[in-house]
Design a protein around this ligand. Structure first.
Ligand code: SF4
Ligand code: SF4
Length: 188
């Protein structure tokens, strides 16, 4: 059963999510197809359809502490399955961003660290660069030697590349990151 406490920030949170994601939360009719296809829904305490419902009914910033926000793998299955064409993954992205901006409680563990390391490599190289991501993540956790035995097999199978990717439009990607940072500064 979903219990929702109306909050005076509720309207503001829904508006902020709609603005960031471009999604009209109110068109969700709770068919739950997003949740039934979500690969992490069974592991999380909250499901994507529940997030949509809570937003619609005016849940406030407490929603930003939902574990799904950080467990979401951005696979976009929920968006692809939604009969209303709602980009649920974009809603989760928006909530993740708002959780960071508003200093919401982040889960214990290293998911936020992974998120930061991933975004930093995209900002630097214009695309994902696994070795850069792994290095930044390991430096953050301090566990430099964890899982290193898997490296040779991954390299051999071409799962990771030693050199940074080429061909990505780095200038454009950096400009996007710069604009986001400037917009954040303007709003602060
Ligand atoms: S699939 Fe779409 S309409 Fe159905 S519950 Fe999820 S977001 Fe709402
Ligand atoms: S994008 Fe996130 S919420 Fe949507 S199906 Fe994938 S893991 Fe679940």
């Amino acid at each position: 059963m979903i219990t929702i406490k109306k909050n005076k920030n509720g309207r503001a949170l829904k508006d902020a999510v709609e603005e960031l994601s471009g999604v009209d939360i109110s068109v969700c009719f709770q068919c739950k197809k997003c949740s039934s296809g979500c690969p992490v829904a069974k592991l999380a305490k909250t499901r994507p359809s529940e997030i949509m419902r809570r937003l619609h009914l005016g849940a406030g910033d407490k929603l930003l502490a939902s574990d799904l926000i950080w467990m979401c793998a951005s696979c976009e299955t929920c968006s692809a399955r939604c009969p209303m064409g709602i980009d649920v993954a974009a809603v989760l992205d928006a909530l993740r961003r708002l959780a960071l901006e508003r200093g919401a409680a982040t889960p214990t563990g290293n998911v936020p660290l992974f998120n930061r390391a991933f975004l930093k490599t995209v900002e630097t190289f214009g695309r994902t660069y696994e070795i850069g991501l792994i290095t930044a993540y390991k430096l953050g956790t301090g566990k430099l030697m964890n899982d290193t035995e898997k490296f040779p097999a991954m390299l051999k199978k071409g799962k990771i590349a030693l050199l940074p990717p080429r061909g990505g439009d780095r200038k454009t990607v950096r400009r996007i990151f710069k604009t986001i940072k400037q917009n954040k500064g303007a709003k602060a």
